[in-house]
Design a protein around this ligand. Structure first.
Ligand code: XMP
Length: 554
């Protein structure tokens, strides 16, 4: 067993309430008593997920949202003032890589107990609670990883409503609780964890397993029980409520001023623009820049959807020549990305300036970007690619930002898009990168190669849609490599391009798996690519996941 460091631990006895011994501990350390936190009045109830660094933290937030309860993921040491402004209804403490006995191990702040709100720890979160409140945690003799069966011993516990007495769960931990803090009881066990679920009468629970991962098949019921039964949330966070709330907020923020929004044709910027349009109507102007790197028919489709169907004020700029001129002779992926990003900003600035005085810029930033950039500020992250996002204009521009989707995941954006009556093909469009086809052409981008790739992409999309797989795949696309190989067609030798087909499944693009497309479908795609595009004579299928590969080839 590791040596205990008592620095962040609170001695407790059975008959003292949590908040009382937290006060005692503070007194012993000579600190000022903390004033009881007061909850501010706010309409939207929030479950706060305190992030202790688990790779699954974002999944926890998604699971809570699936219960129609709003949820935010915040760093574990977020001050109470910020938490209070969220109108918290309960806390979930994520797992994490630390051990409670590490020096400087992350610990929750006392407000999680003092606020008297329900708390659910997961893995490290449970160990932190147990240790904090006077229990004992030890390194397990072996790391428990994978499926195990959970046996419920406290069947009347509200966490287990509707669950069978035994269920499969997913474990991934080294340390575990070996002695319960005062007032806590074991509620469920597994073969290797006598305290697989623990809890006390004040609504503090700890789970050793991970209910958020798909391998815990009934995890959703546990989240529902926690957020609806135990925290008492109403579960009324729906797309319709989100729309009403966002429209109200935008109206209040913008007043009578004007807003500009860059459209990409993707669902994020479409939903952003539509929300703003609902709020302020003709005070919104959208700018759609055709960079010449879009897919076949795409500029026309985007323009007509917004102009004709949605009747928005839209400025369409065909900047193909400008972009292709800049890309001449450039084959380095990072250089391409930067050139495209800079050119886009320049054109956007020029066009926005022509519109006269505009104070606000609307962007379709999503929650994973927010979480990634927050953690990138705190973690030493290696730079893999400089993503250029049509919605992601630089902060130095002289606009106040409006980001109505800042706290939504992609699938939630799609639900909002449907509730806004956006056309289905726009709502379900697979993500498409800001630098467009330029990062799917390996090497220099030329008009000729763009036409080849457009033809390949068109065939691939057609086959994927006919096979009814389009929505199931996160992305499916063709890559025009700079490899040429020898082939034979009729009685002639060919020397043509190698096209790579990539199709992946993913929840958020941070990780991805290559899709197991049926062989017959791959055969049809390959036949059509080599038969219908004269300069292509070979097709390969990319069978690499992310990591170690990335989704795009450049
Ligand atoms: P990677 O290739 O980094 O891609 O695994 C992750 C996701 O991001 C998309 N992607 C981009 N999106 N601007 C964007 O707006 C970019 O520069 C960019 N690069 C990659 C990619 O298509 C995938 O969905």
């Amino acid at each position: 067993m590791k040596k205990k460091s008592e620095s962040h631990r609170i001695a407790a006895s059975d008959d003292i309430e949590v908040s009382t011994y937290l006060e005692l501990a503070r007194e012993l350390r000579g600190e000022q008593p903390v004033v009881e936190p007061k909850l501010p009045p706010s309409e939207r109830e929030t479950i706060v997920v305190l992030d202790f660094g688990s790779q699954y933290s974002m999944l926890i937030a998604r699971r809570v949202r699936e219960c129609h309860v709003y949820c935010e993921l915040v760093p574990y040491d977020t001050p109470w003032e910020k938490i209070a402004s969220l109108n918290p209804r309960g806390f979930i403490l994520s797992g994490g890589p630390a051990s409670v006995y590490d020096s400087g191990a992350p610990m929750p702040l006392p407000y999680i107990y003092e606020s008297r709100l329900p708390v659910m720890g997961i893995c490290y979160g449970t160990q932190a609670i147990a240790y904090h409140l006077g229990g004992q945690v030890t390194q397990g003799t072996k790391r428990e990883y994978g499926h195990t069966i959970l046996h419920i011993s406290a069947e009347d516990c509200p966490l287990f409503v509707g669950l069978p007495s035994s269920l499969p769960v997913w474990m991934s931990h080294g340390d575990q609780v070996i002695e319960l803090p005062p007032g806590f009881k074991p509620l469920a066990y597994s073969e290797n964890s006598p305290f697989a679920v623990i809890g006390n009468d004040s609504g503090i629970y700890g789970l050793q397993f991970h209910p958020e991962v798909v391998h815990t098949s009934q995890g959703k019921a546990i989240f529902q029980n926690f957020v609806l039964q135990i925290c008492g949330c109403q579960g009324n966070w729906t797309p319709a409520n989100f729309i009403a709330e966002s429209v109200g907020k935008i109206k209040k923020q913008v007043g009578g001023e004007r807003v500009v929004c860059a459209l990409s044709g993707g669902v994020d910027s479409a939903v952003t623009a539509t929300l703003i349009d609902r709020a302020i109507g003709n005070k919104l102007t959208c700018i759609f820049i055709n960079n010449g790197l879009l897919r076949r028919d795409e500029p026309e489709r985007v323009f007509s959807t917004f102009k004709r169907n949605l009747k928005m004020d839209i400025v369409y700029i065909d900047a193909t020549d400008r972009f292709l001129e800049r890309l001449k002779g450039v084959s380095d992926p990072e250089k391409k990305r930067q050139l495209i990003g800079n050119e886009f900003i320049q054109i956007f600035e020029e066009e926005a300036a022509k519109l006269g005085k505009i104070d606000f810029l609307a962007q379709g930033t999503l929650y994973p970007d927010v979480i990634e950039s927050t953690s990138a500020e705190t973690k030493a992250a290696a730079k893999i690619k400089s993503h250029h996002n049509v919605g992601g204009l630089p902060a130095k521009m002289n606009f106040t930002l409006i980001e109505p989707l800042r706290y939504l995941f992609k699938d939630e954006v799609r639900q909002v898009g449907l509730a806004l009556d956006l056309p289905e093909d726009m709502v379900w469009r697979q993500p498409f990168p800001g630098p467009g086809l330029a990062i799917r052409i390996i090497g220099e981008v030329t008009r000729e190669k763009l036409e080849i790739l457009r033809a390949a992409d068109w065939i691939l999309m057609n086959e994927i849609k006919n096979a009814k797989l389009y929505r199931q795949l996160w992305q499916s696309f063709a890559v025009l490599t700079d490899v040429r190989s020898v082939g034979v067609m009729g009685d002639y030798r060919t020397y043509g391009y190698l096209v790579a087909v990539r199709a992946i499944t993913s929840e958020d693009a941070m990780t991805a798996d290559w899709a197991r497309l049926p062989y017959d479908l791959l055969a049809r795609i390959s036949d059509r690519l080599v038969n219908e595009i004269p300069s292509v004579n070979r097709v390969v299928y990319d069978v690499t996941s992310k990591p170690p590969a990335t989704i795009e080839w450049e």
